[in-house]
Design a protein around this ligand. Structure first.
Ligand code: HEC
Ligand code: HEC
Ligand code: HEC
Ligand code: HEC
Ligand code: HEC
Length: 379
């Protein structure tokens, strides 16, 4: 009890202490270099809290990247600079290639994105033009800030900003990460739907603490809006038909990518979508047959062998085998099972998203995206 009270008091003191610090000093922005995101967060509190909860804030320090990066460093060579270019993008600009400064370890931080002035996606070595300092760039027109100059930037409404990192073609011409080009080949650009329209959606919040009165105001959700719900709305599974002939049951299913702005799955090739189907006797429950169809991107090396380690994917990938579902595509799949005639059969189909890290064994994430059950009467 006493201990809890003591902790409580300490909490109050810390809160008081921070409040005094806020009132006393004006947050200092680095006029000639990158400012830590926490400093931006003193005014942009809501956005800071969202960003902190995003994969961008953990792009360098998350354990899966860290494990892969240790492996790359053990191998030596210049690959490590390649990894930093997207996972800790200011390292290459400030020269902090050992990530000694906290601001480098922030991963994809506020001041990186809001200092970008141009992107050349084909330049795989250094695609970003960055002007770091007193001016912050954003999509809003007419914003004024007491802390920094503001420059309206159409790039911040464009997928190109994202494409500098969400696209990578290696020297062999293999697109290891192709989210941007998958989007570009879809109908979304002509519908004027950029990455931001699905991943930085407006949510209620204040743009800065200085804007107290703005009731009902919205800010772009910097958590990246990528929930299981979003996945379930984007990918659908339908039973097209079942045909029963003598001892054989044919099941036709359709998998449709109706809401994802790129292939499903997209990004790093550690993600896949599985369509699992099984047929069971309705009476005894005995398994009559099952099958799995996998949608994935596999990167192959020179010998035609599938590559798994990141350094190999990025540097030594020669060929791609790609069975993923492109935006808007409906893929129909036919399965056939031997079934005893006269017996009613239950068909169960499910679509599962699977993320499995090969660097950190045991790191697995499965989401059931859709399912379908039907009973086929005996003939
Ligand atoms: C991956 C790049 C990226 C990172 C990291 C990032 N932002 Fe943004 N930010 C954007 C984009 C893109 C927009 C515009 C979104 C839109 O309007 O569609 C934006 C919009 C904003 C806006 C304008 C809000 C409005 O209503 O127009 C502010 C302020 C802002 N960001 C602050 C921050 C702060 C503070 C951080 C760090 C805590 C941060 N951003 C991190 C890309 C980023
Ligand atoms: C002292 C408070 C304060 C600090 C610190 C601060 N800002 Fe701002 N910032 C503001 C205010 C106020 C606005 C204007 C909001 C509005 O439109 O009403 C603003 C606007 C912005 C915008 C919107 C510009 C646009 O055109 O969309 C961006 C982007 C931005 N800030 C980024 C940053 C970044 C990045 C940092 C840290 C390097 C930062 N700010 C630090 C107060 C601050
Ligand atoms: C400087 C590089 C960089 C830029 C610019 C960038 N990203 Fe990312 N993004 C990353 C990295 C790296 C990750 C993965 C982090 C990890 O898991 O290690 C990521 C992850 C993501 C994720 C996955 C989130 C999840 O929960 O799985 C989404 C969505 C995303 N980014 C959207 C965007 C959008 C939209 C933009 C443009 C407004 C953008 N990114 C700009 C580097 C970047
Ligand atoms: C029409 C909406 C839409 C657009 C446009 C869109 N996305 Fe997505 N994104 C989704 C949905 C839905 C998911 C979840 C399903 C999936 O994995 O494809 C997703 C997932 C992702 C993921 C996470 C992949 C994973 O499995 O962890 C990344 C990264 C991403 N998007 C980046 C981008 C980038 C970069 C762009 C622009 C080039 C973009 N998205 C455009 C809807 C969209
Ligand atoms: C061109 C930008 C880029 C480069 C270069 C890059 N990555 Fe990534 N990496 C990403 C993006 C973007 C994601 C995650 C989002 C996605 O799946 O699209 C990611 C995801 C990962 C993941 C999965 C993390 C997780 O949380 O699931 C690992 C591991 C990884 N990268 C390691 C590396 C290593 C090691 C290197 C250097 C050999 C490297 N990356 C180089 C952009 C890049």
């Amino acid at each position: 009890m006493a201990r809890r009270l003591a902790w409580g008091m300490l909490g109050v003191l810390i809160i008081l202490g921070t409040a005094v610090a806020h009132a006393a000093e004006k947050p200092r922005l680095n006029p000639s270099g990158f400012t830590p995101s926490q400093v931006c967060g003193t005014c942009h509190q809501d956005i800071y809290a969202m960003w902190k909860d995003s994969k961008h804030a953990r792009a360098f320090e998350n354990p899966i990247f860290a494990a892969a990066y240790r492996e790359v460093r053990r191998e030596g060579g210049s690959a490590k600079e390649l990894c930093l270019r997207c996972h800790a993008p200011i390292a290459g600009i400030t020269g902090d290639l050992e990530a000694r400064q906290a601001v480098t370890r922030e991963g994809v931080g506020c001041d990186f994105c809001h200092s970008v002035t141009g992107v050349a996606i084909r330049d795989t070595g250094s695609p970003f033009d960055v002007e770091v300092g007193a001016t912050k760039r954003g999509a809003k027109v007419g914003a004024t800030s007491p802390a920094h100059a503001v420059q309206p930037s159409i790039l911040h409404k464009s997928s190109r900003l994202c494409g500098g990192c969400h696209e990578f073609r290696n020297d062999e011409g293999v697109a290891v990460i192709s989210t941007f080009s998958e989007w570009r080949a879809s109908s979304y650009p002509s519908e004027l739907r950029a990455c931001q329209d699905c991943h930085f959606v407006p949510v209620s919040g204040r743009i800065a603490v200085q804007r107290q009165g703005a009731l009902g105001a919205t800010i772009p959700d910097h958590r990246l809006q990528r929930s299981q719900e979003q996945l379930r709305e984007a990918v659908k599974l339908d039973l097209v038909r079942t045909t029963r002939n003598a001892g054989r049951l044919e099941v036709v299913l359709a998998v449709r990518n109706i809401g994802s702005g790129h292939a499903v799955p997209t990004g790093h090739p550690s993600r896949r979508l599985l369509l699992k189907v099984e047929a069971r006797s309705a009476g005894s429950g005995a398994l009559l047959g099952d099958a799995t169809q996998t949608y994935e991107k596999v990167i192959l090396g020179g010998s035609g062998k599938a590559l798994l380690r990141d350094v190999e994917l990025f540097l030594r990938g020669r060929e791609v085998r790609d069975t993923r579902i492109t935006p808007g595509q409906a893929r129909s799949e036919t399965f056939a099972f031997p079934v005893p005639s006269g017996e009613a059969v239950r068909v169960h189909a499910e679509l599962e998203y699977l993320y499995r890290s090969h660097v950190l064994a045991g790191n697995e994430w499965r989401v059931q995206v859709a399912r379908h059950d039907s009973l086929i009467p005996g003939n």
